[in-house]
Write a protein that binds this ligand. Structure first.
Ligand code: GLU
Length: 471
């Protein structure tokens, strides 16, 4: 049977990075083996599932580029099929009706807890005749002896003894099927060969295997992926910062950077850190995924993101950057060509949000000088060079970088100053900051009018500073 994997999120929130990594591993496994990838929305928990969450998950999958060959399938549309299987189990006496009252189950549980036993159903209704007309649940008749052996592709062999499992509920009193049943039926019907999922499901696996065997079917292969931890060693949660995939987009992370970062969380290939999607598909092997949990490291994500930003196509970056500029209230159509700006800024930012922040001055006057930069570079000694630059710039008809460069060099020459003493005050004057792309291209892109206006502002600032410091 050719490889088929699935990603089966419960739509009770956004897609978080842990889910995205599981989705990626499943996707890679399918792609590597030339197989198929299924998306299944496990929305049977009607109280907690929402349409917003379904949309958020689909959006995140699209953003990440994790394309699926089948689905999305919705479990809520498959109730007839689940009931068919439950009825089959009932008919074959592999499941039974149970009408144990809440009180009885509570008392049972309490007694077990007191005796320090694992709480489990005692099989009371196994031999009882419970009719269909009274309120009841359906329980799966779990084998009482023997064991379930799972050769997990990540965790190795895991053995569960059947006497530790109980007869789990597969249909609730309200007629709705439960998770372990729906997953089994779906994995079967969808012909899933490899179940790759979070290790919070390990304990469900023997139950699912027992149901499959009762139906006379072979279980798929399993791989349980360990969880992701925060930098303090506890399970990654909102407390540690962003956990939602789309929040990373909002923070200016590129999807390929997030995927590259996620693939390395718990998987490695030699010492390599950077992988294109094709390389991931080529090198990934589910068996190489670590058993131990891995910790999320934001610094590393930023480093990887910077790599992808540096190497991305400027036209694409410009499209993405325009959204982040929009968030700052800037319409890039009102200033220099964004692709040209991106070409200059590509190497200078770790995220697109950072790039938007350091590029804002191309499109509007900065609010204030960076304090440190102004203090260091906008002082009395800068007055003369700035004034001379202003005079030359005013006369310049051809506002392009070679001419601008020439003007700056000439002023430095005339005043006997090194370039830094002229270019740095000019940079702070024009950009408000001490760091920017090369001064000549910066001037060219900012444009003549804005440059002159900002130099005036810097001169004024120096003027007041000089006065304040006067004896
Ligand atoms: N719906 C389950 C979850 O979101 C996953 C079930 C599975 O992969 O078997 O945790």
């Amino acid at each position: 049977m050719s490889t088929k994997t699935r990603f089966a999120p419960s739509p009770t929130g956004y897609l978080h990075v842990g889910g995205a990594r599981t989705a990626l591993f499943s996707w890679l496994h399918a792609r590597k083996h030339g197989g198929k990838y299924v998306l299944r929305i496990e929305d049977t928990d009607l109280q907690r599932s929402t349409t917003e969450s379904i949309n958020a998950i689909l959006e995140a999958m699209t953003w990440l580029g994790l394309d699926y060959d089948e689905g999305p399938f919705y479990q809520t549309r498959r109730f007839d099929r689940y009931n068919e299987v439950i009825d089959e189990l009932l008919e074959k006496n592999l499941a039974y009706r149970c009408n144990c009252s809440r009180e009885r189950l509570d008392a049972l549980r309490e007694g077990q807890m007191q005796r320090k036993e694992k709480p489990r159903y005692d099989g009371h209704c196994r031999g009882q005749l419970v009719t269909d007309s009274e309120p009841h649940v359906i329980r799966f008749r779990n084998p009482v002896d023997g064991c379930v052996i799972i050769d997990d592709q990540v965790r190795g062999r895991i053995v569960f003894h059947n006497d530790e499992l109980d007869d789990l509920i597969i249909r609730r009193t309200d007629g709705s099927p439960t998770y372990n049943l729906t997953v089994v039926v779906d994995d079967l019907d969808m012909e899933i060969t490899d179940v790759i999922r979070g290790d919070d499901h390990v304990n469900n696996t023997p139950r699912q295997v027992n149901i499959l065997k009762a139906l006379g079917k072979e279980p798929p292969r399993y791989a349980h992926v360990p969880m992701i931890l925060g930098d303090d060693g506890s399970r990654l949660s909102k407390r540690h910062g962003a956990v939602s995939v789309m929040e990373y987009r909002n923070q200016g992370i590129l999807p390929e950077a997030l995927l590259n970062y996620l693939v390395r969380l718990g998987w490695s290939h030699g010492d390599e850190e950077l992988f294109t999607l094709d390389q991931m598909v080529e090198f990934f092997d589910i068996k190489d995924v670590n058993k131990a949990a891995s910790a999320f490291n934001t610094e590393k994500l930023l480093w990887i993101n910077q790599h992808y930003i540096k190497n991305a196509d400027p036209a694409r970056l410009a499209r993405l950057l325009s959204i982040h500029l929009g968030d700052l209230g800037i319409d890039p159509a009102t200033g220099p060509d964004l692709v040209a700006v991106v070409a200059e800024q590509r190497e200078r930012a770790r995220t697109l949000v950072e790039m938007a922040e350091i590029s804002a001055f191309f499109y509007r006057d900065y609010e204030d000088f960076d304090e440190g930069a102004a203090k260091k570079h906008l002082k009395a000694a800068a007055q003369e060079p700035l004034q001379q630059l202003r005079d030359r710039f005013t006369l310049l008809d051809d506002w392009e970088k070679e001419k601008l460069h020439q003007a700056v060099t000439e002023v430095a020459g005339v005043l006997g100053l090194n370039m830094g003493k002229v270019a740095q005050p000019l940079r702070v004057a024009v950009t408000g900051r001490a760091a920017s792309p090369g001064i000549d291209i910066t001037l060219q892109l900012v444009g003549k009018e804005a440059c002159l206006r900002r130099i005036d502002r810097a001169l004024e600032y120096i003027g007041t500073r000089v006065e304040e410091n006067a004896p």
